[in-house]
Design a protein around this ligand. Structure first.
Ligand SMILES: Cc1ncc(C[n+]2csc(CCOP(=O)(O)OP(=O)(O)O)c2C)c(N)n1
Length: 573
């Protein structure tokens, strides 16, 4: 409860506890929902939440809470907020923080800590969470004075969402959340040494134009930065005007429509023939909000776009030249940079090239050997696409099913594909779907997950059930850790080591035990029928698709190989 205090000048002003101040700050920031899990060090914070001024979702594990906050952030572009207690609560957030950092996702992670006089004494449930997470946060605060809280919260939201977004940690010792102070939320932020540059240098824009004028085989490599900065319209206009084909990385999927004639699909390890060959042959490569990571370059820079001048548009100057030598660096927000370049961008002399790469794309699509006896995972993903007309937000976990979604579900809109790209975190997809569904209550939200990954965070079925969050879970159940099994088959002479999941629980019964409706499907007819029932079911639903276990993801570029060494699918051999 706020109390009235007399100041030295005799004026009375209201004082609030740190946890009340925190709550007010979150409301001031427009936070709609927080995800979390209580404990001793956050008792004051949870006491402030008691009156329900802010919607809180009680996850069943802090990792579930942070992935849900992350899914909310990816679906909206706003910062996701998570609360956890000290010690094990805080350390349970670590994977989620690293996950958000790798994919540049704005999160504000609030942890309680033991009272300051206990810090450093190995007190009960003490962990140095600011120290532990230092390398995986964009910034972190240990709040030592309750008076700092409003500024710290204001700065945290600003840092998390501006420039290259990322997770910010606020660690609040229990004595700080209990201490009292007056409350005033700052209306401005000024952080010395943190002034993200968003507008590109005009000179570099001119150089980009000149490079396009000279190019005959230009290519755009669009990454997650396009989605983050909301630059999809500018990218379409830019690519069309300059007549340049576009390949989108895993994180960039949806940033350029998967139905556009200039789209070449995803590049890299499981990318299209067209995208990878275009990367090999292009003479100008324009990387836009993409970081040239090793799933795209295969770490074989000696075989990556060797004949191309590389242009790199990115808001983070640290990305320029990190992985590839850059001919034209363009530091700025992607949307602003493309807008600045758009008006006078020339049309490249690319007609022959565009026709050629489009032919590759048409003639070398993804293929699989379909069957009427067993359910093929690729067929299931295509069915998810067709049954929704693509009008869905799809989250994935990590593994084969993730790659099949990237291959067989052509995303038309940004923020409709939510996946753990950088860290590759199993257990991410299902809770992320819960966050995405809370952000878009009327959307069809599908969590495509593996039987392995689902078991890492399936306890969040409790949240789906209790809060009636109508996520549709499609378990691509191949009864094994599919992607690891595939690598053991291809690179370890079929010595299958610890990948068998045949003894998994019955997912239908598991879901039902949480009060979630569920179905099993073993062939196409069943799959189509039960999926349609699941889609029209008003609440959460789980469908256990029993798919062929031996299916592999193709094409594939083996680690250590270049993009010129693609192993094509069975149909193409
Ligand atoms: C937390 C975590 N542990 C381990 C891995 C390594 N890994 C990558 S894919 C994979 C198999 C995933 O199996 P499943 O969830 O069943 O999906 P599938 O590949 O069969 O589609 C594993 C173990 C990981 N990515 N994340």
């Amino acid at each position: 409860m706020p109390v009235k205090e007399k100041t030295q000048t005799g004026q009375s002003h209201q004082e609030f506890t740190g946890s009340e101040i925190l709550l007010r700050c979150l409301i001031e920031e427009g936070v709609e929902v927080v995800f979390g899990y209580p404990g001793g060090a956050v008792l004051p914070i949870y006491d402030s939440l008691y009156h329900g001024a802010l919607k809180h979702l009680l996850a069943r594990h802090e990792q579930g809470a942070i992935h849900a906050a992350d899914g909310y952030a990816r679906a909206t572009g706003k910062a996701g907020v998570v609360i956890a207690t000290s010690g094990p609560g805080a350390t349970n957030l670590v994977t989620g923080i690293a996950n958000a950092q790798m994919d540049s996702i704005p999160l504000v992670c609030i942890t309680g800590n033991v009272a300051q006089h206990l810090i450093g004494t190995d007190a009960f449930q003490e962990a140095d969470i600011t120290g532990i997470t230092m390398p995986i946060t964009k910034h972190s605060y240990l709040v030592t004075d309750v008076k700092d809280l409003p500024r710290v919260v204001k700065e945290s939201f600003y840092i998390a969402t501006s420039g290259r977004p990322g997770p910010v940690l606020i660690d609040i010792p229990k004595d700080v959340s209990n201490a009292r102070a007056a409350y005033r939320y700052p209306d401005r932020v000024h952080i010395r040494g943190y002034q993200p540059k968003t507008d590109p240098h005009p000179l570099q824009v001119n150089r980009l134009h000149q490079a396009i004028r000279e190019a005959e085989k230009p290519l755009i490599l669009a990454g997650g930065g396009v989605v983050t900065s909301g630059a999809e319209k500018e990218l379409i206009a830019f690519a069309e005007k300059a007549h340049i084909p576009v390949t989108t990385t895993l994180m960039g999927l949806g940033g350029f429509p998967g139905q556009h004639p200039l789209w070449l699909g995803m590049p890299g390890m499981h990318g299209t023939y067209a995208a990878n060959n275009a990367l090999l042959e292009c003479d100008l490569l324009i990387g836009i909000g993409a970081r040239f990571d090793d799933r795209v370059t295969m770490g074989r820079l000696d075989k990556f776009a060797t004949g191309a001048k590389i242009v790199h548009i990115d808001i983070d100057p640290a990305e320029i030249g990190k992985n590839v030598d850059t001919y034209i660096p363009l530091v700025g927000d992607v949307k602003q940079s493309l807008s600045a370049a758009l008006d006078t961008v020339p049309r490249a002399h690319s007609d022959i090239w565009v026709e050629r790469v489009q032919t590759w794309f048409r003639e070398k699509p993804f293929t699989f050997r379909d069957s009427d006896e067993v359910l093929k995972p690729q067929w299931v993903i295509r069915h998810l696409y067709e049954s929704t007309g693509g009008d869905a937000v799809v989250t994935t976990d990590v593994g084969q099913h993730q790659m099949w979604v990237a291959q067989y579900f052509p995303f038309a809109r940004p923020r409709s594909f939510i996946t753990s790209g950088g860290l590759g975190t199993m257990g991410f997809g299902f809770p992320a779907a819960l966050g995405a569904q809370l952000a878009h209550p009327d959307a069809t939200v599908i969590s495509v997950t593996g039987d392995g990954g689902f078991q890492m965070t399936s306890q969040e079925l409790a949240v789906a059930s209790l809060a009636n969050i109508p996520v549709k879970v499609a378990v691509i159940n191949n009864q094994c850790l599919g992607m690891v099994r595939q690598w053991q088959e291809v690179f370890y002479k079929k010595r299958y080591s610890e990948v068998d999941l045949a003894d998994s629980p019955d997912f239908v019964k598991l879901a039902e035990s949480y009060g979630v409706k569920a179905w099993k499907a073993e062939n196409k007819e069943e799959a189509a029928r039960v999926w349609s029932e699941a889609l029209s079911h008003p609440g959460p639903a789980v469908v256990d698709f029993r798919v062929a276990p031996e299916e592999n993801v193709y094409p594939m570029v083996a680690p250590g190989s270049g993009l010129d060494e693609m192993i094509m699918g069975e149909e193409d051999e």
